[in-house]
Ligand binder design. Structure first.
Ligand SMILES: [Mg+2]
Length: 258
């Protein structure tokens, strides 16, 4: 038997609600680093998160995709809005690819712009940047609670590790393990970890990621929980396959209460 026990957590939408930060950082990245002739950014844009952006967020896997969404929303012509968003969502990945191609962008370049935007804000006013994130305190309490049972916490995020670390330390959470997009896919990371730890659960708000975990031979035994409080598509809660369970914030404690 394994002697080391581990709980895995996604970060965005599971530990923090970063909606304000995503909008703000992606907008600033477009303004300062993207140099697109199709957009003009006004101060008003920064005042409130676009509803279309909020509606698009469940489709996002990697941070750089948020620059594409923001760019399309604030474009002067044929902008993405609440009327045409369904069409965009239907072919989400294809649309992202086409927009990259049309503008001669690469995903790596967009990710660099987003990371630079975050770095800029951190250097300028760290507290203001951190305060754009709203923690889910129930999850933070849960991480504290399992620590008492000698269960370690691992955070797997598609953010850069350094940014997740800064937010977590400000929230006074110090998980034993943190992995960012630099460490590979979530399945790869979970697979590596399963050689060393008994993984008691993985809490994530992206259904496809949990399906990928369940469809991989090395990780299929990990109990998977879809975070009901995260960025879910309307249909995500229906017909969850492979015994993936829908988890509500109030039921977190039950995961370790025996
Ligand atoms: Mg997430």
């Amino acid at each position: 038997m394994y002697s080391k026990k581990l709980f895995l957590f996604d970060f965005d939408g599971v530990i923090v609600d970063g909606m304000n930060e995503y909008w703000h950082s992606a907008l600033l990245a477009c303004q300062k680093y993207l140099g697109s002739p199709e957009i003009i950014i006004e101060n008003n844009h920064f005042k409130q998160v676009s509803n279309t952006f909020i509606e698009m967020r469940p489709w996002v896997k990697y941070g750089w995709e948020m620059l594409i969404i923001v760019h399309e929303i604030i474009k002067r012509e044929n902008s993405l809005n609440n009327k045409n968003k369904i069409n965009f969502q239907k072919k989400y990945h294809q649309n992202c690819k086409e927009i990259l191609l049309k503008n001669s962008w690469s995903s790596e370049h967009l990710q660099t712009c987003l990371d630079k935007s975050r770095k800029y804000q951190i250097d300028k006013d760290f507290d203001s940047w951190v305060n754009l994130h709203k923690p889910f305190y129930e999850v933070i309490d849960f991480i504290e609670r399992i620590k008492k049972d000698k269960i370690k916490s691992g955070i797997i995020t598609t953010k850069g590790k350094i940014f997740a670390e800064k937010i977590l330390s400000k929230l006074n959470i110090f998980p034993e393990l943190i992995f960012g997009y630099e460490s590979g896919t979530k399945v790869e990371i979970a697979s590596e970890l399963s050689n060393e730890y008994e993984i008691l659960g993985f809490i994530e708000d992206r259904k496809k990621t949990l399906v990928d975990i369940k469809e991989n031979n090395c990780t299929m035994d990990i109990p998977c929980y879809l975070a009901d409080w995260g960025y879910l598509k309307k249909t995500d809660r229906n017909n969850l396959p492979y015994e993936i369970k829908l988890l509500k914030l109030k039921d977190l404690e039950q995961l370790v209460a025996i």
